[in-house]
Design a protein around this ligand. Sequence first.
Ligand code: SAM
Ligand code: DTB
Ligand code: SF4
Length: 367
Amino acid sequence: MSAASRAPAWTDSSSASRPAIRHDWSLEEIEALFALPFNDLLFRAQQVHRAHFDPNAVQVSTLLSIKTGACPEDCKYCPQSGHYNTGLGKEKLLEIEKVVEQAKAAKEAGASRFCMGAAWRSPRERDLDVVLEMVGRVKALGLETCMTLGMVDTHQASRLAKAGLDYYNHNLDTSPEYYGEIITTRTYADRLDTLANVREAGMKVCSGGILGMGEAPRDRAALLQQLVRLDPHPESVPINMLVKVPGTPMENVEDMDPLEFIRAIAVARILMPKSHVRLSAGREQMDESTQALAFLAGANSIFYGDTLLTTGNPQVERDRALFDKLGLHPEPIAPETRRDDEQTETALAHAIQRQRDDALFYDAARG
Ligand code: SAM
Ligand code: DTB
Ligand code: SF4
């Protein structure tokens, strides 16, 4: 049978490749996934990935810091905390026109989502007025919008949602057990409250964490367990590799084994089958092979553009070349990017065309 006449694996609706969405994974079960032989783990993650997503599509977001530095929080990883001297000055909230200009440039470069971040503990009402206008102006360009502004209460979340904000990012960062080593100025419960407020207001949730902060393997499993408990799962799960910024207390923390990072991506993919898992900060320090493995493990979103908030990200040209090398394409903005149970004829034909060189993997999967 030729590859083109078979339905591609990611349209397969058999229960083996479409396990139930669960929120009750035990720590032991998650640790057992981490302990699988690497090839078995990646194979399983890839199977789950193909059951829900086009495996060669990657969602592309661009970040902009709309208010940089002098943050009152003491997050030990963060170059923007006012507690550490990282050489960043205190900047005011960017003017709306500058934000719109950057969003237009991001769209022209190929981004589908524009994420705006502010170094706040939480937004003040008068700042929120400006921020809401930014949301409207960026959405009007035809981009999806995401903001990360610190803690938000129900009123603030509802104002953001009414302005049309699509996603709100608020990371859990690490396990509840390790959290106290990293941040003392807000609690884990504060973070969970913000996530609940965002969900209640009707926005999509973007929440993940940072690896490579000296945490134990159990902390990685525990972080993922916390994310998995959120019901529904966050639509977007950024997995950041710590960017070690001179002047922060984490500047000299020991490097994490990149293969352990890949394992965490694969486990996130298995636990949260329908979420976009973002290979987030730290790509500039990663070689192409590590990034390719992350995509194989189920990562299907990246930050695109030469800077993250204050630190570097791969140049746009480098990312374009990497996509070409790997045969990846940017995921279009479309609500129907997830492969849910019903496949239309058109979607299937489209899928088969994209998957024409997929015969090898398919044969292995049926092995
Ligand atoms: N101030 C807001 C807050 O923390 O809620 C939003 C901005 S904050 C910079 C957004 C996220 O960036 C943090 O939660 C953290 O996960 C990530 N981040 C910050 N510094 C980082 C670093 N050096 N390496 C990796 N991720 C980092
Ligand atoms: C996320 O999880 N990572 C992004 C975004 N969400 C806001 C931020 C990464 C910041 C890396 C350090 C910096 O550039 O300042
Ligand atoms: Fe402030 Fe956010 Fe950085 Fe923490 S991570 S210091 S809250 S900007």
